[in-house]
Design a protein around this ligand. Structure first.
Ligand code: PHE
Length: 493
């Protein structure tokens, strides 16, 4: 007999494996391929193209890449499978999914609530960064960078960051586009958009990589990314790799859970999860193969922090033959990557109202889209000099404060919640049934996965979390790593 949903839930009594959809308008993916593309679109975002290359640069290249690959395989992928599993098993999004598998009022539902809160907060400032990508794409298309000297191009970022008008208008346009896609539903909106945008993103990235391979910096970049320069890798860098694996795979905030809930029971979630994590990691590595050769060829330092994408890259791209064209492709690529991630964040928020409060998709999406846009205003104004949002949280701007809380606190806690819930609370029969669905060979992987999700993943997340909030200083165990270095390494920018 098929497994029931939970040990003590109202759903158990129904005796059915697949619970009825709560709201007939919630929708479904057209197929597994659509799900994989949409989930890969969520995973591949600014984190891959903007953040991964610069943290790789800061942590010395190849050794960090290796640690990151291990983190993806040992912590990220098992939790990603766990998150999709909760969604697929219940056919519900975050809060109602946790409720269904435990009991109404259960504290586990807190992880669902935190997921919604984290998605809302993250999208509120992600929209601002996405707005910058649109502004840069616009400047490139209109040829504004052409003929300008390096200092002027680098100076554009300061101007954009401090301009209330530019930030607010681009954020508004970006949020409008995001809302428009989510409004059209799962199959006709998110899936269709992902089927167009993810392949487009791949093509643009390949074109840029081919161009990058023709520059003088290519050999140096390959050595930097794949060569072992272990000396630059600090314990803080190792923790940053775990944290970034969460961010990059979009886990810990119910995004993959929500996307999994539109997947039919019986789908092979292990193969799908592996494809998603594989694509995400491949694209992060290819992004390095684009950014580093181009910046190296221009004699720039790889460790240039967050300014890498918005300051060094436009200068280095404009120095190439056909500079405006390549800059246009690069910033459109960033914009597309941001958009396919943003839709998954808005979906987390909207799907709560659709599933739990029975709102129509139109009402839920418009209300959430508007609310998140308004909540993003302080982030959009964070760079305005002497503005009221530039020093809100202990000297940090609103933007940095929210980014810190989401990346260092909410995401690891959310990931921990998923690992503990799937590993220890979910019905053992249901867990096995959903894991092994789709292929009999998966049974041989089940034990290993369960061990990781019960022990390894929670332990890794707890260490990262304690380090991120400053309770633990793992550098103490490594004599040569000064604490100050660790502090900066774990702070997100
Ligand atoms: N994974 C996205 C990125 O790499 C960010 C993201 C996190 C999106 C969590 C959705 C949920 O940029």
């Amino acid at each position: 007999m098929a497994a029931t949903l939970g040990e003590d839930t109202h759903m158990t009594d129904s005796g059915s494996t697949a619970p009825p959809a709560l709201n007939s308008t919630r929708g479904n993916w057209g197929g597994r391929f659509g799900f994989i593309l949409a989930a890969a679109g969520s995973a591949v975002g600014l984190g891959n193209i903007w953040k991964f290359p610069y943290i790789t640069g800061e942590n010395g290249g190849g050794a960090f890449v290796l640690i990151y690959l291990i983190c993806i395989a040992l912590v990220g992928l098992p939790i990603l499978i766990g998150e999709v599993m909760i969604g697929t098993a219940t056919q519900r999004t975050g809060v109602p999914a946790f409720r269904t598998l435990s009991r109404p009022g259960s504290p586990w539902m807190g992880f669902g609530w935190m997921g919604v809160a984290a998605a809302v907060l993250l999208l509120s400032y992600y929209g601002v960064v996405a707005g910058w990508t649109m502004h840069y794409a616009w400047l490139s298309i209109t040829g504004t960078f052409a003929g300008q000297d390096a200092e002027t191009i680098r100076g554009v970022f300061g101007k954009v960051f401090s301009s209330a008008g530019l930030n607010l208008s681009w954020q508004l346009i970006f949020m409008f586009l995001t809302t428009l896609i989510v409004l059209r539903g799962i199959k006709g909106g998110i899936e269709l958009a992902s089927k167009i945008m993810v392949p487009l993103l791949g093509l643009m990235l390949i074109a840029l990589m081919i161009k990058a391979s023709t520059t003088d910096g290519f050999a140096q970049a390959t050595d930097f990314i794949f060569g072992m320069h272990g000396d630059d890798l600090t314990p803080g860098g190792i923790l940053e790799a775990v944290g970034h694996a969460f961010f990059s795979l979009s886990i810990g905030m119910c995004c993959m859970l929500a996307y999994g809930s539109y997947l039919k029971r019986g789908t092979n979630i292990v193969a799908s999860g592996t494809a998603i994590a594989g694509l995400d990691t491949l694209i992060a590595l290819v992004a390095c193969m684009v950014l580093f050769p181009i910046t190296f060829a221009h004699g720039m330092d790889p460790e240039s922090g967050p300014g890498l994408v918005f300051m060094n890259m436009p200068v280095a791209l404009m120095a190439l033959p056909g500079g405006s064209f390549w800059a246009t492709i690069f910033f459109i690529l960033l914009f597309v990557a941001a958009l396919t991630s943003a839709i998954s964040l808005l979906e987390v928020a909207s799907s709560y109202f659709i599933d739990d409060l029975n709102w129509s998709r139109e009402k839920a999406t418009i209300v959430c889209g508007l609310a998140i846009t308004v909540l993003g205003i302080p982030s959009a104004l964070s760079g305005v000099p002497e503005g009221i949002y530039s020093e809100v949280f202990f000297g940090k701007s609103w933007f940095d404060g929210i980014d810190w809380a989401v990346s260092n606190v909410m995401l690891p806690l959310g990931g921990l919640g998923v690992a503990l819930f799937v590993g220890w609370r979910m019905s053992a029969t249901l867990r096995r049934e959903v894991f092994t669905a789709g292929s009999p060979t998966l049974a041989s992987l089940f034990g290993g996965w369960l061990f990781v999700i019960q022990w390894i993943a929670p332990a890794a997340v707890i260490i990262v979390f304690l380090q991120a909030i400053g309770v633990l200083d793992i550098g103490m165990f490594f004599a040569e790593a000064p604490a100050a270095e660790l502090d900066t390494a774990t702070t997100t920018d």
